[in-house]
Design a protein around this ligand. Sequence first.
Ligand code: FES
Length: 70
Amino acid sequence: MSEKNSISAEIKLVKGGPIKITGNIILTKSDGTPIPAPAGDVYICACGRSKQKPFCDGSHKQVVMGRPLL
Ligand code: FES
């Protein structure tokens, strides 16, 4: 069985936050270069504000309904 055939994951959209990925995944850049992912669940930024893209750094908490908190 190839490595790609053994990949299985759950992808969950966190309301107002990141995309949570649980499972055995391979994360790559657009050119195919692997991106080392932290062990355990992976949180991908969905708001565009993270300074650690592609990972969520919690910056989404400064936004409510697309508007920055005052
Ligand atoms: S979703 Fe968390 S920083 Fe973007």
